[in-house]
Ligand binder design. Sequence first.
Ligand code: MRU
Length: 346
Amino acid sequence: MLYPIVWQNNSVVLIDQTRLPNEYAVIEIHRCEDMAEAISTMIVRGAPAIGVAAAYGMYLGAREIETSDRTEFLHQLEEVAQLLRSTRPTAVNLFWAIGRMMQTAYETLGTIAQIKQILLETAQTINAEDIQTCQAIGDHGLAALPKTPEKLIILTHCNAGALATAGYGTALGVVRSAWREGRLTRVFADETRPRLQGAKLTAWECVQEGIPVTVITDNMAAHCMKQGLIDAVVVGADRIAANGDTANKIGTYSLAIVAKAHNIPFFVAAPISTIDFTLSNGSQIPIEERHPSEIYQIGDTILTPSGVEFYNPAFDVTPAELITAIITENGAFAPGELVKCHTISQ
Ligand SMILES: CSC[C@@H](O)[C@@H](O)C(=O)COP(=O)(O)O
């Protein structure tokens, strides 16, 4: 299996996702500042993956704190947390993982050395749990998919695969489970402008696993649905509000609208850590705006004339009513019934 984040020789080894698919390169991260940089520049990306990365970032920051005074240690650790929180605003897994690490530090009694050790173990636990969570999401998703036709064509957007998690993936976890059980014909991958995570990363992951994949540009989805080429849409999520409104990669909302227009089921696959029960609806989700060069430049080529303005929101919010079900590690839930996800295992 593909593991994009590995703890090895006292550092974090990340697959550099900015170089795929042309080059498979790994990068060693030793300091929390470098982890913050890796998250903001999207060397590591995808909601669960940046949560895991931030957890390790917390440990990397903690191990550099030199004081033996507990209050001072916690104060400096809060500064590390602030640095990591400032990297990307939308994916709540980042804040969830940092919060869990801070809570661990506050709750651990003992020497500073012992707290540091527990922080490393907690980051490793978050890493390992995410892989198991994704496998459960994949299997629950398989059960939630339409029963007919027997073999499905699934359309996905962006990359919610192993690369975007600690391994296996969320939306691509469902795809992986469906492929394993002989329920998948192929994946259609939206290229996902502006950063092309679908064309570059989802396509690469599918090729690695021998899963047949067809890349389309984002504006081809409605046409493909009208032609009867798509049986279900499965996407990931960066933050889900309590009412089921879901923030995911820009373009997800329009995909949900065209899926509804063609009566095609639209699934969101995400761990419970992506649900933000503090927000009642999606209008409260902070949407990251990224640099315009992601729109006007590909490699060294400038695409647009000078003198134009740009707007580059990285995410949009799909209203709950467009979502057939939200697939979590505890089962698939109607968006209006998310509150049951902690208690029910289906
Ligand atoms: C399992 S990843 C789910 C989402 O994080 C994914 O669909 C997505 O939108 C990723 O955005 P990115 O900007 O590439 O980090």
